[in-house]
Design a protein around this ligand. Structure first.
Ligand code: NAP
Length: 341
């Protein structure tokens, strides 16, 4: 429990940010959150109210990753910062800088403000995309000792943005004379319950399966981690003295698209009637990938298991991720309840 300490969570309007705010409020912290536009405050409050009563312990500040204004004021007087905000990108933008610049400069702005304000620790939400071995071919398991090569050929803009943003944060902390420490949480594919109909792009995996918006099941798999466990790991990394200066992979259960589809069909019955059963052969995806840039970016990993170990977070911080079934079914039920499928 917090003893009334104050935490700034950047990007409280987002999926992971919202669950971090919820977790902190439940543990008694005073929470500030940044949004780009105060017009989002009412919606964020309504989504949070489904989980926790913030009382008078929650406030909103305006700060944009792409501008200097607002960052110092938002951080001033905080004990900790969770820097979660960053643009997501399932589809590669025409110009990679559309993702890279806000991610990297935003990390510099929030970590810089945290150092100037002398906060105890910043936890930055990075990604397994910043801790991956080569995207091409072969099966592998990666961990925190691995850094993605941001210059690797065919590396997507999102992976570049997360790698360069995390690097920028470590560079700032390592060259600062202050007492502020840094830890990063590097999540795999984050799923689990949504609290409103406005949700992260990562949820599309379950949303598209349930709404039948995918024609079949390609041989693609991911490590899936629950959003509630990702928030819990941020809070552990924020307060545990052992976490200073460390990266933590937040990964839980590897699943192929076919596994996810089977789970939804078995457990949701009629509500999963549109979930496809047909497998799509690799050559069909490869052919389609010649014409569709987004599909083209996943073809090298077709049929390959690219997995991530969270042994470090479990051993050092006592973190225990929940089973896949709970994550997927809670995600699906919340999408149905929100009228999103
Ligand atoms: P999300 O729901 O799309 O939230 C992204 C947040 O970033 C939103 O609050 C958004 O604010 C904010 N943001 C984006 N651009 C901004 C800008 N220019 N200035 C200020 N705020 C900005 O995504 P999420 O899934 O929660 O992702 C949160 C973090 O987790 C990101 O750092 C992401 O890279 C990382 N991550 C996510 C996953 C996943 O599977 N979801 C996996 C690994 C890592 P608005 O509401 O104003 O757009």
């Amino acid at each position: 429990m917090s003893g009334g300490e104050t935490v700034l969570v950047t990007g409280g309007s987002g999926y992971i940010g919202g669950w971090c705010v919820t977790g902190l409020l439940k543990q008694g912290y005073v929470v500030r959150t940044t949004v780009r536009d105060l017009g989002k405050e009412a919606g964020v409050r309504a989504a949070l109210a489904t989980q926790v009563d913030p009382g008078n312990r929650l406030s909103f500040h305006v700060a944009d990753l792409t501008a200097d204004e607002g960052w110092d004021a938002a951080v001033e007087g905080c004990d900790y910062v969770l820097h979660v905000a960053s643009p997501l990108g399932v589809a590669d933008p025409k110009d990679p800088n559309d993702l890279i610049v806000p991610a990297r400069e935003g990390a510099r702005r929030s970590v810089g403000a945290a150092i100037r304000a002398g906060v105890k620790r910043v936890v930055l939400t990075s990604s397994v995309a910043a801790a991956s071995k080569s995207a091409a071919g072969g099966d592998w398991v990666s961990d925190e000792t691995v850094w993605t090569d941001p210059q690797a050929p065919k590396l997507g803009a999102y992976a570049q943005s997360k790698t360069l943003a995390e690097r920028a944060a470590w560079d700032l902390i390592n060259t600062s004379a202050g007492e502020t420490s840094l830890a990063t949480v590097n999540p795999a594919l984050v799923l689990g319950p949504v609290t409103s109909g406005d949700f992260s792009e990562s949820i599309q995996v379950v949303e598209r399966l349930l709404s039948g918006r995918v024609p079949g099941l390609p041989r693609l798999g991911f490590n899936v981690v629950d959003v509630r466990d990702v928030a819990d790991l941020h809070i552990r990394a924020m307060t545990d003295p052992k976490a200073a200066g460390e990266r933590f992979i937040a990964a839980a259960n590897y699943a192929w698209m076919g596994d996810l589809a089977a789970l939804l069909r078995e457990r949701l019955g009629a509500e999963a009637a549109k979930v496809p059963t047909r497998k799509v052969p690799d050559f069909v995806i490869r052919l389609a990938g010649l014409f569709d840039k987004d599909l083209g970016s996943v073809t090298p990993s077709l049929g390959h298991k690219h997995d991530f170990s969270s042994e470090k977070a479990q051993r050092m911080l006592g973190w225990k991720p929940r089973p896949l079934e709970e994550t997927i079914l809670d995600c699906a039920k919340s999408l149905i309840a929100a009228g999103a499928v």
